[in-house]
Design a protein around this ligand. Structure first.
Ligand SMILES: [Zn+2]
Ligand SMILES: [Zn+2]
Length: 162
């Protein structure tokens, strides 16, 4: 399974491995993600930073403005500039890994579709994956084990997960 969860950038300078499956996978259809990826949506695997094992290279952060005013940092390969993961609101313990950078992105299908209010009309969503106009209450949606993992890094305080 571990081999399924290796990934990297386009030039090969950056390689990483996820030490476990993520807590949750969001498919985000918001306008920010559309603009940042140049595509219809982004697939983000939410995982503890210390479970993203760097095999080679060192990602560089670039700050991106957000409507909420909370900073988002996109971590990119310093050579080819492909985006590998994001950190939201300075929460360095949690990474939003770009599923498309995995060698086998098929390994991590979305657990939820979010911000479908700005979903492009030609994107058809399946009935069996929950979809939300904006965001959702993770306490009601995430598996218990994933909530426990989130509590381990953040404590009980509520966190905003995009
Ligand atoms: Zn690269
Ligand atoms: Zn988004």
């Amino acid at each position: 399974m571990a081999a399924d969860l290796e990934g990297g950038c386009a030039c090969g300078a950056m390689r990483y491995r996820l030490a476990s499956r993520p807590m949750f996978v969001n498919c985000c259809h918001c306008r920010d993600c559309q603009r940042q990826t140049g595509s219809a949506f982004v697939l983000n695997a939410l995982i503890e930073a210390d479970r993203v094992v760097l095999l080679s290279g060192n990602a560089e952060a670039s700050a991106v403005p957000t409507p909420s005013g909370k900073p988002q940092e996109i971590y990119r390969c310093p050579s080819c500039r492909v985006a590998l993961w994001s950190v939201y609101g300075g929460a360095q313990k949690l990474r939003f890994v770009r599923v498309g950078t995995l060698d086998t992105p098929q390994a991590l299908p979305p657990d939820a579709h979010i911000y479908v209010r700005s979903k492009l009309s030609w994107v058809m969503l399946p009935d069996y994956v929950p979809a939300f106009e904006a965001y959702y209450d993770a306490r009601k949606l995430w598996p218990y084990e994933s909530l426990e993992r989130r509590r381990t890094i953040f404590g009980e305080a509520p966190v905003t997960l995009k």
